[in-house]
Design a protein around this ligand. Structure first.
Ligand code: SF4
Length: 436
């Protein structure tokens, strides 16, 4: 009943390590070694593994992974809508799903989603701890019971905001946005009310016991992440990061797998520093970043602001990107928003993997480019990141082309330039002439 970390430390290669090694084209022993060093995790609750989980690895030597957040809110909740969102996310390549539900029947929503989720599934248990009670009323027993319950339901990773310490709260006074993490804000309220330390920090060893029992991976939450670029890399954020470094070591000593969460809103020029300082303080533990969003001024387009930051973050050292949808800051996303968010994050992750020179990444681009160059529309569209959208756009453009020749899947041009102006077609002719 050991965790992936404990198994790896004994020198044994688990079945899950073999699966990850095969999927990534990397030797199993290298994967095992990275897990043992705490630089790679396989979030795989033993109970989810027994049902439908297909394990993945998250770590620097692997392809960059993408998470999609879904979940009900207190003003809009429907299990069917969340299933639709999860399926939309998985269909376009989300590697993991987090259920951040705060409305409706939380247990039923979670267990229904897990039963249909082959990807690692994460939650923020503290959200459910306050269900039906005021945050001031939560106690250690309620927290432990909730962690135990969700672990038994098969959740693969928990966000735990244990690094938000009472002494860091005065550092927030100068901030533009204060605390934007829901978990961080709730815990801050509890600490101020009781004038006591963060209960998640106080009971961290007990939480480790539950996490290790089921091999639920820690995702150490950044409750003080900046919610505006003006707040980025401030003393509150750095103080919490140092505590997350301490907690990373404590959790690993207890045999738990650990990822560490990161910002947030960060100007482009501060991303490299943010990633490198995390990797140093947390000794290479996989870094899971939300965005980062590189500007605050684009509500409606925050999947783009976060993809710009996501590429930089993954290039400099992050292993796991949490998507952001176009609806960020504006409302609860629907399935179309989820789809747009996952695609944007997948582009960010792949662009970083190409720039990092990861095996097979640039080959994918080359395959598509060769098809494009040969005017092989079928391969061009099917090899794209989102074939459905690419095929639809091409078809619509063909249908709208008026007069003269209409482009089709067999055409040596498209409606963008027209046949006489198609540089790809002309290049094809030039190539054929040269090679004669
Ligand atoms: S017509 Fe223009 S856009 Fe279309 S394939 Fe040719 S060069 Fe590319």
């Amino acid at each position: 009943m050991a965790t992936q970390l404990q198994i790896a430390r004994t020198g044994t290669i688990s079945d899950e390590v073999k699966l990850v090694a095969k999927a990534e084209g990397i030797d199993s022993e290298v994967i095992r070694d990275e897990i043992a060093a705490g630089r790679l995790v396989i979030p795989a609750n033993k109970l989810h593994l027994n049902t439908n989980l297909k394990p993945i690895g998250i770590g620097r030597i692997l392809t960059t992974k993408v998470n999609a957040n879904i979940g009900t809110s207190s003003v809009r909740s429907s299990i069917e809508a969340e299933i639709e969102k999860m399926q939309a996310a998985l269909a376009v390549g989300a590697d993991a799903i987090m259920d951040l539900s705060t409305g409706g029947n939380l247990d039923k929503t979670r267990t229904t989603l897990i039963s249909q989720c082959p990807a690692p599934f994460g939650t923020v248990p503290i959200y459910q701890v306050i269900e039906g009670r005021n945050v001031e009323d939560i106690d250690h027993k309620a927290i432990l019971d909730c962690f135990q319950k969700q672990a038994k339901q098969g959740v693969d990773f928990f966000t735990v905001h244990a690094g938000v310490l009472k002494e860091y709260l005065p550092l927030l006074a100068k901030r533009v946005m204060g605390i934007v993490s829901r978990g961080g804000a709730l815990l801050a309220k509890w600490m101020l009310y009781h004038n006591k330390q963060n209960p998640l920090y106080e009971m961290f060893d007990d939480l480790c016991g539950i996490m290790a029992e089921y091999d639920v991976c820690f995702s150490l939450g950044d409750g003080l992440r900046p919610g505006a670029i003006a707040d980025a890399t401030d003393e509150a954020q750095m103080a919490e990061l140092r505590t997350l470094g301490e907690l990373t070591e404590r959790a690993k000593e207890k045999g738990c797998q650990v990822m560490v969460e990161g910002p947030g809103h960060v100007p482009f020029d501060q991303i490299q520093y943010n990633i490198q300082i995390q990797q140093k303080i947390c000794r290479g533990a996989p870094f899971y970043v939300l965005g980062p969003l590189v500007t605050d001024i684009a509500p409606g387009y925050d999947h783009i602001t976060s993809a710009i930051g996501g590429t930089a973050a993954a290039f400099y050292g992050a292993s796991f990107l949490c998507y952001v949808t176009p609806r960020e800051h504006l409302g609860l996303p629907d399935a179309d928003d989820v789809r747009a968010g996952v695609i944007a994050a997948k582009i960010a992750a792949h662009a970083a993997d190409v720039a990092r020179g990861l095996k097979g990444a640039a080959e994918r681009d080359k395959k598509l480019s060769i098809a494009r160059s040969n005017l092989d529309w079928k391969t061009h569209l099917s090899e794209s990141l989102d074939p459905e959208t690419a095929e639809r756009m091409h078809r619509e453009a063909c249908e709208k082309a008026n007069g003269g020749l209409k482009p089709t899947l067999q055409s040596d041009y498209c409606s963008m330039c027209g046949q006489q102006w198609c540089s790809v077609r002309i290049n094809k002719e030039i190539r054929e002439t040269i090679s004669r």
